[in-house]
Design a protein around this ligand. Structure first.
Ligand code: NAD
Length: 450
């Protein structure tokens, strides 16, 4: 699609009116119905593009989308209703209120790893608040992206949403346009470029980015539970999850039993091995697999085998100079670094970019509390991985290099709207504020400000 096409699509969408509450509800209903009608095709496409097992695909994509759409549909009217505020004395008499109004025309750019969830959840939230949207899914999951385009075309009018397919260059053309709001999910590197492009138009952005999410395993951890939950978090979607545990910092005194429990956990979750196992996803491309293999520059403690599209859960003995510690891994490779004292481990984490998620494993509440209060993070989980994403009342987002802004549930509705103040003045016109000024007026003004 040429840049002219992208621009004219944008212009025609931006001239369309925003959606009323009734239109938003109808759009959500129609979107949900279309997703349900394509459910089997979507599950197959997720398998073709990413080898996602059916249960995993339902659990981590479709099921979450339905839950989010249902939440938006039943809460959007309340969210959009103007909320009365107390008018100040200076503007007496008046009626003041705040209204969550749509931004207008929004751009949604999504990645390949959860291609359905990360396209359709923001799209649904966007429409809920009355916005119109241009959605560009990732070029690296072509089967899913084509279905998303069909769903959007069938469920929504071209005055409500458009789905544009294309390579990175298409995304660049889109980010140069003066959208009212940009919602980007992807890498920190591309997030910076998107932010830079948006700043040219002073377009507000939410950036849902990635990074290295650490697991801190203390000597007081339940090691068996920690191992099983870390293996789960690292193997879901072949480790290609933005909040996947990226590396482990483990107390030197418990490192050996912890590593052997990682092995036990792998054997328990994948009793028939990992390669060729239909319960274990694939690596998105051979280039990505090659990149993962090139990061193994230290002794392998567990796993290490691969086929054309899968890499076993692989534990490597690492230090902070290891290649695997220089970038987000985004695959089933787990560097394990031992620490001697907890303060040193905390410092090592805080010396690095603020992680999207922090995972702390300890049975001691006071230890967990002290670790959390010493560190900065997008979100944290004590004694598990990933599960904060499943709690509908919690916001999700990063800080610094891991992102800007947050969404999910009520936070999505807040994210896709702007709290806009409106003041209605009455007829009575107190003359106090008008010239000519006098000492009597000033005295009264001073009383008001006291
Ligand atoms: P990516 O940043 O390469 O691409 C994301 C989207 O941006 C794609 O649609 C792509 O076409 C587009 N894009 C690429 N270059 C662009 C440019 N120069 N300008 C504008 N748009 C451009 O990310 P990816 O490889 O698809 O996904 C993996 C990354 O996403 C990982 O870093 C992961 O941690 C992160 N991620 C974050 C979250 C989150 O919610 N925080 C969720 C999933 C993935």
């Amino acid at each position: 699609m040429s840049s002219v096409d992208v621009r004219s699509l944008f212009l025609s969408l931006s001239q369309a009116p925003c959606l009323s509450i009734e239109e938003s509800k109808a759009a959500l209903l129609s979107l949900r119905k279309a997703i349900v009608s394509y459910e089997e095709e979507l599950l197959s496409a997720l398998y073709l593009d990413l080898g996602k097992p059916r249960q995993e695909a339902y659990m981590c994509e479709l099921g979450l989308i339905y839950k989010e759409i249902d939440y938006y549909a039943s809460h959007l009217a309340r969210f959009r209703k103007p909320k009365r505020k107390r008018g100040g004395l200076a503007s007496f008499p008046s009626k003041a209120y705040v209204e969550a109004r749509p931004w207008g025309t929004c751009l949604i750019l999504s990645p390949w790893n959860y291609p359905l969830l990360l396209s359709l959840d923001p799209l649904a939230a966007c429409l809920s608040m009355g916005n119109k949207a241009v959605l560009k899914p990732s070029e690296y999951c072509p089967h899913v992206s084509q279905l998303i385009q069909r769903i959007v075309n069938e469920a929504l009018s071209d005055k409500q949403a458009l789905c544009v397919l294309g390579p990175k260059e298409t995304a660049e053309q889109l980010t140069a346009l003066p959208f009212d709001f940009v919602f980007f999910t992807g890498s920190s590197k591309v997030g910076r470029e998107v932010y830079k492009a948006a700043s040219e138009n002073l377009t507000p952005c939410v950036l849902e980015l990635g990074g290295k999410s650490p697991c801190l395993v203390s000597e007081h951890a339940d090691l068996r539970l920690a191992a099983r939950r870390i293996v789960f978090g690292k193997c879901l979607n072949g480790g290609q999850t933005c909040v996947a545990p990226d590396y482990v910092l483990v107390d030197k005194r418990v490192k050996e039993p912890f590593v052997s429990m990682l092995k036990e956990a792998v054997d328990e979750l994948y009793p028939n091995g990992m390669l060729g196992n239909a319960d274990y996803g694939k690596i998105v491309s051979s280039a990505h697999l090659r990149r993962l293999l090139s990061l193994i520059d230290r002794p392998v403690l567990l796993g290490g085998k691969h086929n054309d599209s899968q890499l076993e859960f692989t534990v490597i003995e690492a230090d902070f100079a290891s290649l695997s510690m220089q970038e987000e891994i985004f695959g089933p490779l787990l560097p394990v670094i031992e620490y001697e004292d907890l303060d040193g481990a905390i410092k090592a984490i805080s010396d690095r970019a603020i992680p999207l998620s922090l995972y702390v494993f300890t049975k001691s509440r006071s230890e967990a509390k002290s670790i959390l209060s010493s560190l900065d993070f997008g979100g944290a989980v004590v004694n598990d991985t990933l599960m904060h994403l499943t709690v509908p009342t919690l916001p999700f987002g990063g800080k610094g290099a891991s992102g800007l802004g947050s969404y999910h549930g009520p936070y999505s509705l807040a994210c896709f709207s702007r709290e806009t103040p409106v003041l209605h003045r009455g007829k009575i016109d107190v003359k106090l504020r008008y010239p000519p000024f006098s000492s009597k007026k000033e005295k009264l003004i001073r009383k008001i400000f006291r």
